[in-house]
Design a protein around this ligand. Structure first.
Ligand code: 26W
Length: 827
């Protein structure tokens, strides 16, 4: 027997150290095909990934078998983004093999954490919405709910951000360069997707009138499957991502005619569809390719669903809603509704009414934003040209719906116009949110405040028409990735204190509360954070040559850069402190390190200027000898899931300072707090509920409430009044205007200061004073280390509610009506 196979037969248990070691060697041999001595770090990572994947697949295959055999009710989660992050560590944790793998690697002379670090993450999402989808897959699997996530396999994910001369510069992301060991290529799972052309009516053999779509172009969608395993269960869910390919390699007729370029043109066009993720977060661009992406994803997915139910499970399509539930992650996949109607009516010849009943009972829609610029609407001419059959179906849905509305509200043309799927106020548009609302049986917001704003403002008319349709399900995040994987020190400490049940039942973190009064425990808690800060400070020095003091307070704001999130309010505070120190005020302040991270949409001028602003004040302040290291400002480039895992555990203070009423929920706020950071925040999104849970004493609240924001807007907001009234604010803005942070250039930040003084859409000046005062309280509180640690422990202990397991249980009960299914392994 070859040497590499020996260990494997010696051990019965495939998860034992010896078996893992043997499997690793065999993978090196079979899949990498190199002797260990010539293996690159990527080779070693990949060999381990395949080794772990093989254990995963055993459970995945058993899950699929069970689901098919039992014909279980399944959830289909539709999302244009799945920001799953690196897979290796999470998979090992959920499989419960971390210690054995570590040991096995050690015996092979390899360091596990170095291997984990090599993984390139798939950046298949922008921010909150994409990451939420990923947390939900982890919870679906952990709660043993049969599920499939449908999305797109973008060849280039979120761009890589570099900072050059203080500005953001975008580089294309090439996450597939070394291959993706977690995915299974499924060329046999392929569907054809049509675009353009025209429709025509005809009579079928029974004389019924039908419509047929003659497309102008066809594209192939190919499945790539990524199994996702739950924590300490054998259940797996599937993430199925579609990639676009040309129907033929290229057109041989063109080729033979000598038109080499024409021959590949179609291929290039088709394959463009899944080329790149649109890097816009909360802004609608109205680009044709984006609409193509959305339809491509939805068409492949619905065809796949119908195929699986009809062919594999022999379900009658009029019964489909009894066998599955489909969730739309925002409106990006809402074309699923007319696509389902098209397939049921045109292809399966189901009459309109029953088809509509099935469709509506199948879909539910989650709204993630109330920013008007993010609400998707497609210009009618573009939409009709690309999807001629779908526009007819949408018109038919609309006609029937509005007839119904007119019966309930005769003569109320304003209401009819507001509910219509077509915006006719100026140029015509298809309104995707209205489509999603009409075609769904439930609509949910993502925090209590957000849901209330949906009911009262954004979807008011819809709420009046269907008073029971809108519900709230507050977001959550998975404690497996965001505590256990990111923060092993804290995890160990918590587990030592209360056992390991909390990772599956996060409410059990409450048991930690009594430890807040235990001085020895507080010391350990403080040390866990401190050690992490030390480690990152060392890394920062090594990798970026940044000098940071681990004894200073780490004050962190990481998230997409957007005016409504108000990173520049944070900057105004930093400059206030700087101004005070320069003027001999507050010289005994506790030292602070301000850490920023986040990407700006490439076309969003103000957001990019905010990045330049942060890096510019960093440059001036960090090198000012008078500041004596009291303040350090750092912008960590290329913020992503991996960096998030490093950052959440090290924060002392979490900045959640959006203008109240703007942030639908926020999920970073949860990740910080469950790692023991205290929050400074407005009463926005889920902050409201976090504060309620952790207690007012453990949350630094400032600023206007959403109601006060509305009232002030209604009274007429004039930022200049606030500017005039506050001398310190005037000094701060004058300092920026003087060119102090821009080498004397007084024009660089003028767009920023002018916006604040004369328009201030996100009301920074109105909240400035309250923010600065609140920060003073934070500073004082940090001075009392023991009290701070107590608050930190209590905060983490009370965050159980924000586990995505709780969110998913609510979806399962209130929307999907699905039950857990047991998967048995090895028997
Ligand atoms: C059409 C362009 C576009 C792209 C992305 C519009 C809207 C989006 C997303 C909905 C933006 C997003 O990620 N929203 C965030 O969703 C999170 C998960 O629910 C919330 O926690 C955040 O508050 C919300 O901004």
């Amino acid at each position: 027997m070859p040497d590499i196979l020996k260990g494997q037969t010696a051990s019965q248990n495939p998860s034992s150290t010896q078996a893992i070691k043997a499997a690793f060697k065999k993978t090196m041999h079979d899949f990498i095909g190199k002797p260990m001595m010539t293996a690159t770090p990527e080779d070693l990572y990949k060999a381990l990934a395949y080794t772990v994947r093989s254990l995963l697949l055993e459970r995945y295959i058993r899950s699929v078998e069970t689901y098919l055999r039992k014909d279980v009710r399944t959830v289909a989660y539709f999302s244009a983004e799945f920001l799953i992050g690196p897979q290796l560590a999470g998979n090992m944790l959920n499989l419960g093999i971390m210690p054995q793998v570590e040991q096995a690697m050690e015996e092979l002379g390899l360091d596990l954490s170095t291997l984990i670090d090599i993984e390139v993450e798939p950046g298949l999402g922008n921010g909150g919405l994409g990451r939420l989808a990923a947390c939900y897959l982890d919870s679906l699997a952990t709660l043993r709910i049969p599920a499939i996530g449908y999305g797109l396999r973008y060849e280039h994910g979120m761009f890589e951000q570099r900072i050059e001369n203080g500005w953001q510069v975008e580089y294309s992301d090439n996450w597939l360069h070394f291959g993706n060991p977690w995915e299974l290529y499924r060329p046999e799972v392929t569907y054809s997707v049509k675009f353009g052309g025209f429709t025509e009516g005809y009579r079928d053999s029974r004389g019924s009138y039908r419509v047929r779509w003659k497309p102008g172009m066809k594209v192939k969608g190919i499945a790539y499957d990524i199994p996702v395993i739950g924590y300490q269960v054998s259940n797996c869910v599937l993430l199925r991502l579609w990639q676009a390919e040309a129907t033929e390699g290229f057109d041989f007729q063109d080729f033979n005619r000598g038109d080499f370029y024409g021959a590949v043109e179609q291929k290039v066009m088709a394959e463009n569809i899944t080329k790149v993720l649109y890097p816009n977060d909360n802004t609608m661009a109205g680009k044709r390719l984006r609409l193509q992406q959305q339809y491509f994803m939805v068409s492949c997915s619905i065809q796949d669903l119908l195929h699986n139910h009809l062919v594999k499970m022999k379900v009658k399509l009029t019964e489909l809603h009894n066998h599955m539930a489909a969730q739309l992650n925002d409106t990006h996949p809402s074309l699923a509704i007319p696509e389902m109607m098209r397939l049921l009516v045109d292809h399966h010849h189901i009459p309109w009414e029953p088809a509509w009943d099935v469709t509506r009972q199948t879909f539910a829609y989650t709204n993630h934003t109330i920013l008007p610029e993010a609400l998707e609407k497609w210009p009618l001419p573009m939409f009709s040209e690309l999807l001629p059959r779908h526009i007819e179906i949408i018109y038919e849905i609309n006609r029937r719906f509005l007839d119904e509305v007119r019966i309930h509200y005769p003569m109320d043309t304003e209401r009819v116009a507001a509910l219509s799927l077509i915006d006719e106020s100026d140029q015509k548009y298809v309104r995707m949110a209205n489509l999603a609302c009409v075609g769904s049986h439930k609509i949910n917001g993502v925090s209590r405040l957000h849901t209330r704003l949906l009911e009262n403002i954004v979807l008011r008319k819809c709420h009046e028409y269907w008073p029971d349709k809108i519900i709230n399900i507050t977001n959550g995040v998975t404690p497996r990735r965001w505590i256990a994987v990111s923060n092993p020190r804290l995890t160990e400490l918590v587990t030592e204190a209360i056992g390991d049940g909390w990772l599956k039942d996060m409410e059990r973190l409450h048991e930690l509360e009594s430890f807040a009064d235990d001085a020895a425990f507080r010391e350990k808690w403080h040390r866990a954070k401190k050690e992490h800060k030390n480690k990152i400070a060392n890394l920062a020095r090594k990798n970026f040559n940044w000098i940071v003091d681990p004894d200073s307070m780490f004050d962190v704001q990481v998230k997409r850069i957007h005016e409504y999130k108000r990173q520049h309010l944070n900057c105004l505070h930093i400059i206030t402190l700087y101004w005070r120190l320069k003027n001999g005020i507050d010289t005994d302040m506790a030292p602070r390190t301000f850490i920023f991270g986040g990407k700006a949409a490439p076309g969003y001028f103000m957001a990019k200027l905010i990045i330049k602003f942060i890096t510019s004040i960093a440059k001036v302040i960090n090198s000012d000898p008078e500041i004596k290291n009291k303040i350090k400002v750092i912008f960590r480039p290329n913020y992503n899931v991996k960096i998030g895992q490093l950052v959440y555990p090290l924060a002392d203070l979490s900045e959640q300072i959006s203008l109240a009423g703007m942030e639908a929920s926020g999920t970073g706020n949860m990740k910080f707090a469950m790692n023991g950071a205290l929050t400074i925040g407005t009463l926005d999104g889920a902050n409201v509920e976090i504060r309620e849970k952790v207690g007012e004493d453990n949350f630094f609240n400032f600023g206007m409430t959403a109601q006060q924001v509305l009232d002030l807007k209604n009274r007429g907001y004039n930022p200049y009044d606030f500017y005039n009234r506050n001398d310190e604010l005037k000094n701060v803005i004058a300092l920026i205007e003087s060119g102090h942070f821009s080498h004397g250039d007084t024009s660089l930040f003028k767009p920023l200061t002018d916006e604040l003084k004369f328009n201030d859409q996100y009301m920074l000046l109105a909240d400035y004073e309250s923010y600065v005062k609140c920060q003073e309280q934070v500073g004082q509180a940090y001075g009392n280390r023991d009290e701070w640690t107590k608050k930190s422990i209590i905060t983490a202990a009370r965050m159980g509610h924000f586990s995505s397991d709780r969110s998913i249980s609510e979806y399962a009960k209130d929307i999907w009506q699905v039950e857990p299914v047991d998967i048995k392994i090895g028997g």
